[in-house]
Ligand binder design. Structure first.
Ligand code: SAH
Ligand code: SF4
Length: 347
């Protein structure tokens, strides 16, 4: 069958995984354009031309893990470590709220300093001050009781990328003490508790094959997350993957569009990594079916210390500058920003 027919099937949600494999193996630039148009029309059916913003607060660069791809890994002695105080975090929220943001994402390494008691206090304070905002956490793997306590304190969403749904590939990306099964259990627990859950993966990470990507897409199909975060893998000079090839803009856009068609109602960010891979990467992401952007609200003084990969953009600007810059970018592709929590549409 021709790829154009496969894309039509995908839009009707009748495609099988054999056909998806063919598309992954043989898609051309022309197929990609057809796919992007299909993804845009599906996004517009559910969300119109609205783009939702999430204000990212990178509150700790300490991490006990040693993920091979990440600049914050424990083994990187050159990484500069910092922790924001609760007051720093609240100031970021206040600035974000004034800029029209209605979702705050607290993201950090796996840092034992931030115990359940400390996290719950922070979440409670934000919940109390901003009852109209969503609170998203992205703190990696914790136990179910911890996830529950933070949910009870007022958190609504959790981002935990599965990174790859292929166990052998997971072992290429992580040391032995990290297991895909643990990660997937955590995702299930989060969903069970009632969080809106986001998973996701890097495109073009070392060792990733088409079979890995098929496993990822199959996992997304069965798990039905509310959000999917994908961006290109970008090497960091002080990690074991320093000399590996970066993931490409084109492959990331292709996967964004595929995901939009597989999960029509998903909240799909055009990530900072995509904007780092190409100066117009985020705009192109919106044109391939994405509908979320994540402006950085972290204090400028710490931004360069949260270096997951080399060349990360938006590390020199104030939050207000970032917000204005994003507004221009969104308008340049005919979309508009909503002052809204940006919850998933119900199906
Ligand atoms: N510690 C938390 C959150 C911070 S890392 C966690 O791991 O979940 C957030 C995401 O950054 C990771 O899930 C990973 O997919 C992405 N990331 C890390 N290093 C990267 C790199 N070199 N290139 C692209 N993305 C990277
Ligand atoms: Fe830590 Fe997350 Fe980086 Fe892994 S990806 S080293 S858990 S900050």
């Amino acid at each position: 069958m021709h790829n154009a027919d496969l894309i039509a099937e995908l839009k009707q949600k009748t495609i099988d995984f054999g056909s998806l494999r063919q598309l992954l193996q043989t898609h051309t630039r022309e197929d990609d354009e057809t796919l992007f148009a299909a993804a845009r029309s599906v996004r517009e059916k559910y969300y119109g031309k609205t783009v939702f913003l999430r204000g990212l607060i990178e509150f700790t660069s300490y991490c006990k893990n040693d993920c091979r791809y990440c600049g914050l890994r424990r083994g990187n002695a050159k990484a500069e470590r910092y922790r924001l105080t609760p007051e720093n975090i609240y100031a970021c929220c206040a600035e974000g709220y004034a800029l029209g943001l209605r979702t705050f994402v607290l993201q950090g390494g796996e840092d034992a300093y931030f115990t359940d008691a400390r996290m719950c206090e922070i979440v409670r304070a934000i919940r109390k001050k901003y009852p109209d905002c969503a609170i998203t956490l992205s703190l990696g793997e914790r136990d179910a009781a911890s996830y529950q306590a933070m949910y009870d304190a007022g958190a609504d969403r959790y981002l935990l990328r599965h990174e790859t749904a292929n166990a052998a590939h997971y072992a290429v990306l992580h040391p032995q003490n990290m297991q895909l099964s643990t990660r997937l259990d955590a995702l299930r627990q989060l969903k069970q508790i009632g969080y809106q859950v986001g998973c996701g993966f890097m495109v073009g990470s070392p060792g990733q094959t088409i079979e890995c990507l098929l496993d990822d897409l199959m996992f997304l199909q069965s798990f039905q997350p509310d959000m999917v975060g994908i961006g290109p893998f970008l090497p960091h000079k002080d990690t074991p993957f320093a000399n590996e090839k970066a993931g490409t803009l084109e492959e990331t856009l292709f996967l964004l569009a595929l995901i939009r068609l597989l999960l029509p109602h998903v909240l799909l960010p055009a990530t900072t990594a995509l904007g780092t891979a190409h100066h117009a990467g985020r705009e192109k992401g919106l044109l391939a079916g994405a509908n979320v952007l994540m402006p950085n609200l972290s204090p400028v003084a710490v931004r360069k210390k949260y270096m997951l990969y080399d060349g990360k953009i938006c590390t020199g600007e104030e939050s207000a500058q970032c917000a204005h810059c994003l507004r221009r970018r969104v308008e340049s592709v005919g979309c508009t920003i909503a002052v809204d929590r940006g919850d998933p549409v119900s199906i």
